[in-house]
Design a protein around this ligand. Structure first.
Ligand code: SAH
Length: 387
């Protein structure tokens, strides 16, 4: 099974798209997809602002820098990796994917061969037995560093050294291998404990001229080519001046704030995930950025406290799909920053969140979608609210 790319109309086809559910625009010309996404965002923002055309990718394939596979058996009782059919525990084997990094897919295929020869029994979500659960591969597209994360149900890793040796022999480009222990009876991919089996235990990538450390469990944008365009536009829209205090809310490993810091007086990053905050602090040092600090906690709770006495000229926010919270939005209305840049991976929650801001005197002066996830149903949107 394999997918295909049509060079003429930039559409893709794939033999498992129906059961996978990842791509919703197979067989659709890319221009057409961008028009549909534009109409979707335009309709959401009707009566609020005009929506600019969607910024697409030049070559919208093999863009994902993070590849995930569930380990299981195929019909012939061979160990394979793939995806669960939506809403089930039925494994659909996947050996190539049109939107994933090609090299990572090759590593995944080697891993399957090795799992078979080393007889690593796949974990079964129903019986809760077995050893190998998931594989996660992350790649720094600009540094070429590659991290392989093997999620296992147990610490004891039979023939570990021989296995690592074989894997590195087949793919010397792998820079680090991490074992993640997940013995929880959940569908969460990663457990809490990481054991570094080879290399540094993390990778680095370069984005917008800054260097970032990425660990197994931290958030990092999955489409770096589009992320560069998005970040540049977001920082430009923020119109930061040398004395400005900037808040980078939902900051992940500190990417946007670190790139923006050179233009600002100071930046405060807020993030819930402790490992992301730890990485963000390292990232600030890596880039010699001294005017940024990070707070680990809920962005809403932080802003409620901050609004009591703190000031901010610009707030950049980039929450998860579920969007922000009323506490966060209400606190924004107390702080009254000159500009709010709202980056969203779900424009429907974005438009919900900004309604109180519009009532409170803000105007949406820019609405610019970015296609971060070509061929899938998702669309990223960047908006600017000015007081
Ligand atoms: N701006 C970053 C990360 C965006 S993803 C980037 O571009 O890379 C959203 C981030 O919000 C994730 O890192 C997630 O851990 C974090 N997050 C989720 N809920 C949060 C909350 N309630 N408070 C603060 N951060 C949160």
């Amino acid at each position: 099974m394999a997918g295909k790319y049509n060079e003429q109309d930039k559409s893709i086809s794939c033999s498992v798209c129906d059961v996978c559910g990842g791509c919703s625009y197979t067989g659709v010309a890319y221009e057409e997809e961008l028009k549909i996404k534009h109409k979707y965002v335009s309709d959401l923002f009707k009566g609020i602002t005009e929506c600019e055309p969607v910024t697409g990718m030049y070559r919208p394939i093999f863009y994902r820098n993070k590849v995930h596979g569930v380990v299981g058996y195929n019909k012939e009782k061979k160990i394979v990796t793939g995806i669960y059919q939506e809403g089930t525990h039925k494994l659909i084997p996947v050996d190539t994917c049109m939107i994933e990094d090609e090299e990572s897919d090759k590593i995944m295929n080697t891993l399957c061969k090795l799992f078979n020869s080393f007889k690593y029994i796949p974990y079964n979500e129903d019986s809760k037995r077995g050893f190998m659960r998931h594989v996660l591969i992350r790649k720094g597209f600009s540094t070429k560093e590659i991290m392989v994360v093997l999620v296992t149900s147990d610490v004891a890793f039979p023939s570990k050294n021989a296995f690592i040796k074989e894997l590195l022999k087949a793919h010397p480009q792998i820079t680090t291998i991490v074992q993640n222990i997940n013995n929880a009876r959940t569908s969460m991919v990663l457990g809490k404990r990481n054991i570094v089996l080879a290399g540094k235990g993390y990778i680095e990538d370069v984005l917008c001229g800054c260097r970032f450390r990425i660990s197994a469990e931290t958030f990092y944008q999955i489409n770096p080519a589009q992320t560069e365009k998005l970040y540049k536009a977001a920082i430009k829209a923020a119109g930061i001046k040398k004395q400005d205090t900037v808040i980078d809310a939902y900051c992940g490993v500190g990417t946007i704030g670190i790139v923006a810091a050179s233009a600002a007086g100071k930046v405060i990053g807020v993030e819930l995930n402790a490992q992301s905050v730890a990485d963000a602090e390292v990232n600030a040092k890596l880039n010699n950025v001294k005017n940024i600090s990070f707070v680990c906690g809920d962005a809403g709770e932080f802003l409620v406290e901050y609004a009591k006495k703190g000031k901010a000229d610009v707030v950049i926010m980039d929450p998860p799909r579920s969007g922000s919270t009323p506490e966060f939005i209400n606190s924004l209305l107390k702080i009254r920053p000159e500009r709010i840049v709202y980056v969203s991976c779900d424009p429907s929650t974005q438009v919900r969140d900004i309604k109180p801001l519009i009532k409170g005197g803000y105007k949406v002066t820019m609405c610019k979608p970015y296609d971060m996830f070509p061929h899938t149903s998702h669309c990223e949107n960047l908006i600017l609210l000015s007081r």
